[in-house]
Design a protein around this ligand. Structure first.
Ligand SMILES: C[S@@+](CC[C@H](N)C(=O)[O-])C[C@H]1O[C@@H](n2cnc3c(N)ncnc32)[C@H](O)[C@@H]1O
Length: 121
């Protein structure tokens, strides 16, 4: 019954045809959500066997300063603007990985997909 409800909520209560889903293909897959900040630990230590994160951690934990000369820091030509965002991104990336490292079981996998900025120095 709970599975049916989840399937229905995923297809807007029957307004749209349900897309193919692991929810219907595999009886032993259960979906849950956590509203936890991913810069904190989201799951108990050593409890995650497979982690997947897609296009999310490019959101920094905080804005290091207002952008004056660009809408996105990657397009800024102001070295101070770019540097402050780079420093914040480095701190956040380390914290993100440390939190995931606590959560993962030994020998298990985190798959991560996101934007990458490569700078010539
Ligand atoms: C571009 S969406 C990607 C969503 C999904 N992973 C996908 O690929 O379709 C980025 C998501 O990251 C979430 N997000 C941003 N900062 C977060 C944080 N500190 N903790 C948890 N989620 C965060 C946003 O709310 C948003 O849902």
């Amino acid at each position: 019954m709970a599975r049916k409800k989840a399937e229905h909520s995923l297809c807007l209560v029957g307004l749209l045809p349900a897309p193919p889903s692991y929810l219907t293909d595999f009886p032993n897959v259960f979906v849950s959500a956590t509203g936890t900040n991913f810069y904190d630990q989201c799951f108990p230590s050593g409890s995650v066997n497979f982690g997947f994160s897609c296009m999310a951690a490019y959101w920094l934990s905080q804005k290091p300063r207002n952008l004056i000369k660009a809408v996105l820091h990657i397009f800024s030509e102001d070295p101070d603007e770019r540097n402050k965002f780079r420093v914040q991104a480095e701190k956040d990336w380390e914290r993100f990985l440390l939190m995931r490292a606590r959560e993962l079981s030994i020998g298990k996998t985190l798959n991560y997909l996101d934007y990458l900025v490569i700078e010539q120095r």
